[in-house]
Design a protein around this ligand. Structure first.
Ligand SMILES: Cc1ncc(COP(=O)(O)O)c(C=O)c1O
Length: 399
């Protein structure tokens, strides 16, 4: 007799921790996941900020099917003219509302977008130093990991890249670390894994000015915040600043793997000479992923998804009132519900999962519960989700 899927998972799947969720999901639609026992879960974290237009959004599924009927992989990135790539590149440039970020380099993932952007910043500025934020997460490959602001997370993998400095997100004083040695500052508008960390417009204006004065590039990582998560297509658009390099992935693919970095052509073209082929990828901008991404972007615009995000965020904040909660903070549908400690958060999460709702905590903020549902969640579904959350909080509070 063969092994069960659970046994195969335990035997042959490389683990990332000793406590995986280990739910065996057999189908997904909209905000719902169904497991092998027929139990349905509300997905309140979108596979970590991915399924912005819902699981298996019909427009995305159709675009994938259409593309598979035409062609899949043809050639490494940047050689052939492939309609899903060029149309997506055009749509991404348009989504920035200016022609400043007018070229797109497609990758397979977020961390690869970070790697590409770091190489681009080094190549363009001829400098080597990077500045990132404490408690930021930019990916798991070694360049991106070097940027992580948490020593515990990266210590076992040293030596990593030298010349990395850290600043506190939102702290004006720390901007003095940015000098003419800095190749780039990489920052999120809303710190995702730091537990939805926000900073003011004044801060981002000062940061932009400092980068311009010193000639370093400002890399805005919108891998978690992009594609509408915070209520505007890009979160930086709420700060009235222009990035020099913009990073995207996660929600970009509507459930398919893809990432990208955008920059002005004067910056971007430096990756194509000295050396020629200075940055290359086989699968970056896979046509099927590009078709899915374009359908996702169009779905967000055509269904006016952005206009509902703020009201939905307000509804979560209005409903989530409980003595166990210390603070609810959030921008759009990127919300952190802070509690006393990890033990409390974990007990609430476990009870929610028992009761059919999936949520989790943050990499560098384990005393807060993550709420990042598909942006297409309805008001009735928010009420239903909050009922499950509040019941779980009641149970944990009483114990
Ligand atoms: C802000 C941010 N940057 C980069 C990454 C890395 O993306 P990926 O997991 O696709 O490599 C993540 C992933 O969580 C992220 O949240």
């Amino acid at each position: 007799m063969g092994f069960t899927h659970r046994q195969l998972f335990q035997k042959h799947m490389a683990p990332t921790s000793d406590a995986p969720l280990a739910l065996e999901i057999v189908s997904a639609q909209h905000i719902y996941l169904t497991d092998c026992h027929g139990k349905t879960y509300i997905d309140l974290i979108s596979g970590i900020a991915v399924s912005n237009v819902g699981h298996r959004n019909p427009k995305v599924v159709q675009a994938i099917k259409n593309q598979v009927d035409q062609y899949m992989h043809l050639m490494v990135y940047g050689e052939y003219i492939q309609s899903p790539q060029v149309l997506l590149a055009e749509a991404l440039v348009k989504s920035t509302l200016t022609n400043h970020l007018n070229q797109v380099y497609f990758t397979n993932s977020g961390t690869e977008a970070v790697e590409g952007a770091m190489k681009l910043a080094k190549r363009y500025t001829k400098r080597t130093e990077f500045i990132s934020c404490y408690n930021a997460y930019h990916g798991a490959t070694q360049g991106a990991l070097s940027l992580a602001g948490d020593e515990n997370f990266k210590n076992s993998f040293r030596p990593l890249l030298p010349d990395i400095q850290h600043i506190n997100h939102g702290n004006l004083h720390d901007l003095s670390l940015i000098t003419t040695k800095t190749a780039a500052v990489i920052i999120e508008i809303v710190g995702g894994e730091a537990g939805v960390k926000q900073a003011s417009k004044t801060y981002f204006t000062a940061l932009r000015e400092k980068c311009t004065q010193t000639g370093c590039l400002l890399i805005i990582d919108e891998i978690q915040t992009g594609f509408g998560r915070t209520g505007t297509f890009w979160a930086y658009q709420q700060m009235d600043i222009q990035p020099d390099i913009l990073l995207t992935a996660k929600g970009m693919g509507g459930g398919m793997p893809i990432g990208a970095f955008l920059a002005n052509e004067t910056v971007m073209r430096t990756l194509s000479y000295e050396p020629v082929l200075g940055h290359i990828t086989t699968f970056g901008g896979h046509p099927v992923s590009c078709a899915a991404s374009l359908a996702t972007l169009n779905y967000i615009h055509e269904n006016d998804i952005l206009s509902g995000v703020r009201a939905k965020s307000d509804l979560f904040k209005a409903l989530l009132v409980h003595p166990i909660i210390q603070e609810v903070r959030g921008v759009g549908l990127m919300i952190a519900v802070e509690m006393k400690d990890f033990k409390t958060v974990k007990a609430v999460i476990d009870t929610c999962i028992e009761n059919g709702l999936i949520t989790d905590w943050f990499l560098f903020c384990d005393n807060a519960l993550r709420i990042a549902p598909p942006l297409v969640i309805t008001e009735d579904e928010i009420k239903m989700a909050c009922n499950i959350l509040l019941q779980a909080m009641d149970k944990v509070f009483k114990n």
